[in-house]
Design a binder for this molecule. Structure first.
Ligand SMILES: Nc1nc2c(c(=O)[nH]1)N[C@H]1C(S)=C(S)[C@@H](COP(=O)(O)OP(=O)(O)OC[C@H]3O[C@@H](n4cnc5c(=O)[nH]c(N)nc54)[C@H](O)[C@@H]3O)O[C@H]1N2
Ligand SMILES: Nc1nc2c(c(=O)[nH]1)N[C@H]1C(S)=C(S)[C@@H](COP(=O)(O)OP(=O)(O)OC[C@H]3O[C@@H](n4cnc5c(=O)[nH]c(N)nc54)[C@H](O)[C@@H]3O)O[C@H]1N2
Ligand SMILES: [Mo]
Length: 680
């Protein structure tokens, strides 16, 4: 029998699923018929039975018996595990105060209830808080600067578009449903597709025009497009006057950002830039899908702001199928205060930058700490030993003898291997939760159709039990996940859990005028901002360009480090999730550096040779493939492979520096100058 469910993983698509459930196991997994998912899901989730019933799933609490990081553990009971955990947390607090505990968490599950439990406990206990800098810190900053609200035009409107532009994202890998709607538009009406990406991704390979710019130069490209629109009468000046702060000063500035100026920065031919600008200007119903990938640069917020100016200059926002989508994360208006324990306390604890976990744990960063050293880490929903920048520093930090680390996981990840205590977690098929989506407009809930495997506990159940051990009370800890879903919906005016279970989903899409910002953008004056107030966005505002521009904040190439590395997401993995499933491992093969053919031949390299990528921070050995369709100084490694999958056990994020982006922090995964040499 097929049961309705929701994919819980960290992805804009948040697909509705139909999961075959029989005798305590799952079989086939298909796309649900919620209108955005429309029956389509990615291959890795269609094979979810491989992950759900994987022989290596964790099933019982494990206590370290070997040396740190050695991976030797012995099973213990939950009672003993909770006692030990509570005791170690208490002793860290007794020694250095509550801020010495770091509840380190991210979005391994996107479920609102299961994500909130640890955050709630941390707030109530006065533990350190976290700056969430892995994913959207840079893109949010740049989008909010101009648009002022985190929502955009429904992707289903693309069936009315005259042109689709995918800028700095690779939806064939990272959100297949979006491509499903692109393909509908193209099949029915041959709508042209433009992709802006440093390499020929699977998405770029489908495009009519691929602009293969140098990484970190999107601000320059966006400015030249605007220059052409303004110079050639393709800007919508009535729209600009009514809906933005556009001024003669903005125009004068943009007129200096010519295609020739941009060509030198981006490496693209000026003629190609002009062709794209004319196409964009002539097609009023242009749909701009703004990715996250291009903002993972130290100048990523500036680049995002410049790109977000395009539909304002062309006036595309006014038309059906026109405008842009970055994220609908701000659409749902759910009242999460109760869930996060903010109804009971106003936390003031320090915020630690999760992307700088290496330096923070290693303790050589008093400025980053601003308080006591971290004595205890409680990690849930994330795998920082692989995904965080400067992964060798993360490893050094996790190896610290006086650090106590507990990891609650579904699998023995590389992070879990460094833990003192490893606790087994349920999957989304074994617990209840509510999901919102950044890539579409639906609220959905998913139920526990299977009993927990072995002794697995959900995030909510584990944290509620821990709160009990620590003597910390809150009504949410006494409720079930299902009751919390219901409370959340009811207190947000979004119906009830029962009603949502019957309906299947709730489409929260606003009406046309609202979605297209015709009632005003998110700022007090309702206008889109070409001249943002960066000081309202981040403490690093002084580094930001006053007007849309290319900001020279990136790790620019030097004679010693002449290449730039893009560590992009792989198709068959989702971050590090699915790196454990055989189907995904087969799909990916092995870690591979994609090098421009000309550059590879100059170095005497052929496909399958070993290549060494290095900078001052680290050196990584892997195999090479020579490719077309990227600049000669661009290197791409699709990841995120476990570190152990690389020839020397050192993964790609060893090369990525943890230096944050501007103006409000954010990890710059694709902003790394490197050297490339033949590997031995
Ligand atoms: N080189 C490079 N590095 C990157 C990126 C990149 O593009 N390139 N992208 C960055 C981005 S955008 C992000 S968001 C991060 C993400 O990095 P992570 O947060 O590490 O990624 P995930 O794989 O989504 O989730 C981590 C873990 O959550 C676990 N998990 C899933 N569900 C549950 C649950 O219900 N309970 C518990 N306890 N655990 C669960 C999974 O088993 C998985 O091991 O990586 C960043 N790192
Ligand atoms: N299969 C799969 N799906 C995923 C993930 C995954 O790891 N694998 N991760 C999930 C997560 S956590 C997130 S946040 C989303 C991300 O989803 P997207 O918005 O699509 O963003 P990314 O996939 O990070 O973008 C990757 C693309 O950005 C390009 N890029 C890098 N630097 C630049 C640049 O300077 N300029 C331009 N124009 N492009 C650049 C890369 O070459 C790559 O093709 O996807 C989610 N879905
Ligand atoms: Mo992400």
């Amino acid at each position: 029998m097929f049961r309705p469910a929701v994919c819980p993983h960290d992805c804009p698509s948040v697909c509705a699923l139909k999961v075959e459930v029989k005798d305590g196991r799952i079989g086939r997994v298909r796309g649900g018929d919620q209108p955005y998912t429309d029956g389509v899901i990615c291959a890795k989730v269609a094979r979810y039975a491989e992950r759900q019933h994987h022989p290596e799933r964790l099933r019982e609490p494990l206590l370290r018996v070997g040396a740190k990081g050695e991976g030797r553990f012995a099973p213990i009971s939950w009672n003993e595990a909770l006692d030990r955990l509570a005791e170690r947390l208490r002793s860290a607090v007794d020694r250095d105060g509550p801020e010495s505990v770091w509840p380190y968490h991210y979005a391994g599950t996107m479920g609102l209830v299961q994500r909130a439990a640890l955050r709630r406990l941390g707030h109530l206990a006065g533990w350190s808080r976290q700056r969430e800098t892995f994913c959207v810190a840079l893109s949010d900053a740049g989008w909010m600067a101009g648009v002022g609200a985190k929502r955009g035009v429904d992707a289903r409107e693309m069936v009315d578009s005259e042109l689709i532009v995918v800028w700095g994202g690779n939806p064939v890998h990272t959100q297949v449903n979006f491509m499903h709607w692109v393909q509908k538009a193209r099949r029915d009406r041959e709508v042209p597709l433009v992709v802006v990406d440093p390499y020929r991704t699977a998405t770029a390979a489908k495009a009519d025009l691929h602009l293969a710019l140098r990484p970190g130069t999107d601000g320059a490209l966006a400015c030249a497009v605007m220059q052409v629109l303004l110079a050639e009468g393709l800007a919508d000046r009535d729209y600009l006057a009514a809906h933005s702060d556009f001024s003669p000063a903005v125009e004068a500035h943009l007129m200096t950002r010519t295609p020739a100026w941009t060509a030198a920065i981006t490496g693209l031919p000026a003629a190609q830039i002009v062709d794209f600008a004319r196409l964009y200007g002539r097609c009023k119903r242009s749909y701009l899908r703004v990715g996250y990938g291009f903002t993972r640069q130290r100048n990523g917020a500036a680049a995002m702001h410049a790109v977000s100016c395009l539909p304002a200059v062309s006036g595309a926002w006014q038309w059906p199928g026109g405008g842009a989508l970055y994220s609908n994360g701000g659409l749902y208006g759910l009242n999460t205060a109760f869930l996060n324990g903010l109804d009971a306390c106003q936390p003031t604890a320090r915020r630690l930058d999760m992307a700088q976990i290496g330096a923070i744990l290693a303790g050589d960063a008093q400025a980053l700490l601003g308080g006591p050293p971290v004595g205890a880490l409680l990690i849930q929903n994330t795998n920082p030993a692989v995904v965080a920048p400067d992964s060798l520093a993360v490893r050094r930090g996790l190896l610290r003898d006086d650090l106590f680390t507990c990891v609650h996981e579904q699998f023995m990840t590389e992070t879990a291997k460094y833990a003192d205590l490893v606790l087994p977690a349920t999957t989304f098929l074994e617990h209840d939760d509510l999901y919102q989506a950044s890539g579409h407009t639906h609220l959905q809930l998913s139920r526990a159709w299977l009993a927990p495997l072995g002794a697995c506990r959900s995030n909510h159940d584990f944290i509620a039990a821990l709160a009990g051990r620590l003597g910390i009370a809150h009504p949410a800890f006494a409720a079930s996940a299902w009751q919390l879903v219901d409370t959340l919906l009811q207190s947000s005016g979004r119906g009830s859990a029962e009603a949502l279970a019957v309906a299947g989903w709730l489409d929260c899409a606003p009406d046309f005028d609202e979605a297209h910002f015709l009632n005003g953008f998110g700022h007090a004056d309702g206008r889109f901002r070409f001249a943002p107030d960066w000081s309202a966005i981040g403490e690093g505002h002084a580094a930001m360009p006053a007007l849309p521009d290319h900001a020279e904040l990136i790790d620019a190439p030097t004679p010693a480090l002449p290449f730039r590395l893009v560590a992009a997401p792989a198709r068959h993995f989702l971050n590090t999730t699915f790196t454990e499933t055989p189907g995904s491992q087969r799909g990916e093969g092995r870690p591979t550096a994609l090098l421009a053919r000309a550059a590879g031949e100059r170095l005497g390299l052929a496909d399958g040779d070993r290549v060494r990528l290095s900078n001052a921070q680290a050196s990584v050995l892997l195999h090479v493939r020579l490719v077309d369709g990227q600049q000669p100084d661009t290197v791409v490694v699709e990841s995120q492979w476990p570190n152990s999958a690389f020839i020397e056990g050192i993964g790609i994020n060893a090369l990525v520096a943890a230096t944050p982006g501007w103006p409000a922090g954010g990890a710059a995964y694709h902003d790394t100058a490197i050297q490339v040499e033949r590997g031995e």
